[in-house]
Design a protein around this ligand. Sequence first.
Ligand SMILES: N[C@@H](CCC(=O)N[C@@H](CS)C(=O)NCC(=O)O)C(=O)O
Length: 288
Amino acid sequence: MSALTEITSEADFSSHLSSLSPTALVVLYFHTPWAAPCAQMGAVLSALASQYPATTPPTISFVSINAEELPDISEEYDVSAVPFVVCLRSGQILESISGSDAVKVRDAVERHAGRGHAAGASPMDAVRTAIPPPLSAVPREDGPITATQPPVSASQAPPADSANATAVASAPGLTPEQSKEALFARLEQLVKAASVMLFMKGTPSSPQCGFSRQLVGILRERSVKYGFFNILADEDVRQGLKEYAEWPTFPQLWVNGELVGGLDIVREEINADPDFLNEFSVNKPTAA
Ligand SMILES: N[C@@H](CCC(=O)N[C@@H](CS)C(=O)NCC(=O)O)C(=O)O
């Protein structure tokens, strides 16, 4: 599966771009380590990347760029605030999205990758209304790149094959209520990072618990396209999601931003409806 590639220098960026075929969709994700909304968007993009198989040559590439460390690249793509996502093909900007609107970013990527839904009824319509307004990004004049939420205390590189971009939700100076609010805002985005999201112990290629392994097997059998999040790599998400979901265990399967349940519930759903999840199968032809 695809993953976010961290760009370390301008030379690295140029060589990465030139290694791709001209028809590849490139998704540039500009962030700064101190902006909390970037941690959310990082996790959303990692989960999104995990839905696309890694092919040779790649047909899609997700690239992560520290906007402050690489100002020339940020300038080139008019990055005025973080998080900022640019969809690019053959050097042409197809679309830029400023702010932390997970659904907008996912729609744009799927549309440009050619896997999107036609205009009109989309499974995402149900959740669109529930999404909070995008983070209002502060336009940059000549000053630094800005974001309108308080900085987080730490960020940590995600494990190579995991969808996690972890950040501690409880920033110093926040009350427990504010920390919880920030964590729940992050979870609200995360559960919608993909139409089907699996919160599991470990990763699909290396599940760390039998229940998670079995649920991965069910999704695989049905060729379901899904994003995943390894809760073992993020204690805040592990504990917070139990409360947010009002569900005490993992795995947790979420569909269109709604909790389905754990392994037992998914099995019950399949027994009741053999077509359960089939609409998310990669084998299902895309509606015209
Ligand atoms: N019968 C449950 C099994 C899941 C389960 O019991 N998970 C436990 C052990 S892997 C769990 O997540 N405990 C809470 C934790 O580890 O934080 C299901 O249907 O999903």
